[in-house]
Design a protein around this ligand. Structure first.
Ligand SMILES: [Fe+2]
Length: 226
């Protein structure tokens, strides 16, 4: 259910169809050094996934990537883990009035996860702010829709769409996201902040994980910014 990627780091891939195309989606689970789990982009909480999480620790924080990516199923986590805190990305609280959020994510990590996880709010897009996370001990960057990475293991239709969106075998956002960046300088600065982290692995929101060489993959994936 949970695939171990590194010490205290797991992922779980689930199916996600968007406009008839299988995109898939990746959830990331980090065990904090203080104990407890930080869950990014939660997947549907099936009994099997719940059992796998319980085996690894208490779910403490449930975090999205943005108001669009990573908030599905949060209500299931709120029910199953009443002591867990739901974290909001900018704009998410308005989209999910059914949920009570404990914290609004910005550029500064909360002291409770800061020893393990750093974060950057990627700004500059017209209507979407995405949180990028960096798990320092495993040198892993975790993205959402700013980090698609569709590869050769995807079905043909997905690969064709990914090519058209310019996210086939490259890390980055779909081309329409690029075209709706309102403040290129702010966006560039955000990506520069991400690239300042010493990461090697990249977990994209959709597609294939880059196990090593992730820094170069992100540099190449964002070459259009230069
Ligand atoms: Fe997404």
């Amino acid at each position: 259910m949970l695939e171990q990627r590194a010490d205290r780091l797991w992922t779980h891939a689930e199916s996600l169809r968007f406009a008839g195309v299988e995109l898939g989606r990746i959830m990331t689970v980090i065990e904090l050094s203080s104990g407890g789990l930080f869950v990014q982009s939660p997947a549907e909480l099936t009994p099997a996934l719940e059992a796998a999480l319980d085996e690894r620790g208490d779910v403490r924080f449930v975090a999205p990537a943005s108001k669009l990516h990573g908030h599905l199923y949060m209500e299931q986590y709120a029910t199953a883990y009443p002591d867990a805190e739901l974290l909001a990305a900018p704009g998410l609280a308005a989209r999910r009035p059914d949920l009570t959020f404990d914290h609004l994510l910005g550029d500064t990590p909360d002291p409770r996860w800061a020893p393990d996880i750093d974060q950057v709010a990627i700004v500059g897009h017209r209507w979407l702010t995405e949180l990028a996370y960096f798990h320092r001990p495993s040198r892993t960057l975790v993205l959402g829709d700013v980090g698609f990475h569709i590869g050769s293991s995807s079905p043909l239709k997905t690969r064709l769409v990914a090519r058209a969106l310019r996210v086939y075998e490259r890390v980055g956002p779909p081309v329409e996201f690029r075209l709706t960046i309102a403040n290129a300088e702010s966006f560039r600065r955000s990506i520069r902040d991400v690239l300042a982290w010493d990461f090697d692995r990249v977990i994209p929101g959709h597609g294939e994980i880059v196990e090593t060489g992730g820094k170069r993959a992100v540099l190449e994936g964002f070459d259009w910014l230069r």
